[in-house]
Design a binder for this molecule. Structure first.
Ligand code: G3P
Length: 214
């Protein structure tokens, strides 16, 4: 399974990347705005840190505008992926860009049908939003399970990025259900290797060792 960082914070990315755990990065306009830095500058810097795909989202909502922005973003680095919103105009843009070998990540996916449309239009990645579906009381894990099933059934190559990850359980659940990737905020990532019983166990071992030596 691949793990992406859902952040544009360069320090967070460097720290976790040094553990060999980061296969890519995803951003969106909200994430970029939190850093208060120039869009191109921060994406280019992240692309230089991480070897895998780095998603940068277009701002335009019409096909022509999306394609124009995407062609420019695609020039920034070899590993940049253009994030496109899941709309009719977005699907048309994905279709045009796929013919130019520009990789896209279709975002804001909430149904199996939306995922199928994005995959069929030529997206390299599709991003179903787990946490936001949970927020409205919808079974987000059923969406991941069904997307996995239908993409495999029809042989689509688009990779499923489980996005809007809010906790450790989300990561474990989407891993079990066969999501190709989980994109995880920097605040959640350390929870993947932490457990209070691990900390307590280390403390007890150290105390016993000190008593033994004394
Ligand atoms: O990058 C898209 C997604 O992961 C955003 O998550 O927490 O804003 O729903 P969230």
């Amino acid at each position: 399974m691949k793990f992406f960082l859902d952040t544009a914070n360069v320090e967070e990315i460097k720290r976790i990347n040094e553990l060999g755990l980061v296969d890519g990065v995803t951003t969106n306009p909200t994430i970029i705005s939190k850093e208060g830095r120039d869009f191109k500058e921060v994406i280019t810097e992240i692309c230089g840190i991480v070897a895998g795909p780095v998603s940068a989202e277009v701002i335009a909502l019409d096909t022509e505008g999306m394609v124009k922005e995407a062609r420019e973003i695609a020039q920034w680095a070899d590993n940049v992926v253009v994030k496109i919103p899941m709309t009719e105009a977005g699907l048309k843009a994905v279709h045009i860009l796929s013919k130019e070998q520009i990789k896209t990540n279709v975002t804001l996916i909430f149904t199996v049908a939306q995922g199928l449309m994005a995959a069929k239009a030529g997206a390299s990645f599709i991003s179903p939003f787990v946490g936001r579906l949970d927020d409205i009381g919808t079974d987000s894990l059923a969406l991941i399970r069904h997307l996995r099933q239908v993409l495999d059934q029809y042989g689509y190559s688009a990779e499923i990025i489980a996005a809007s990850i809010r906790n450790l359980k989300h990561v474990e659940d989407v891993a079990e259900l066969g999501a190709d990737i989980a994109t995880i905020p920097g605040s959640i990532f350390p929870k993947l290797w932490s457990h209070p019983l691990t900390d307590a166990g280390i403390e007890a071992f150290m105390q016993d060792w000190q008593s033994f030596k004394g």
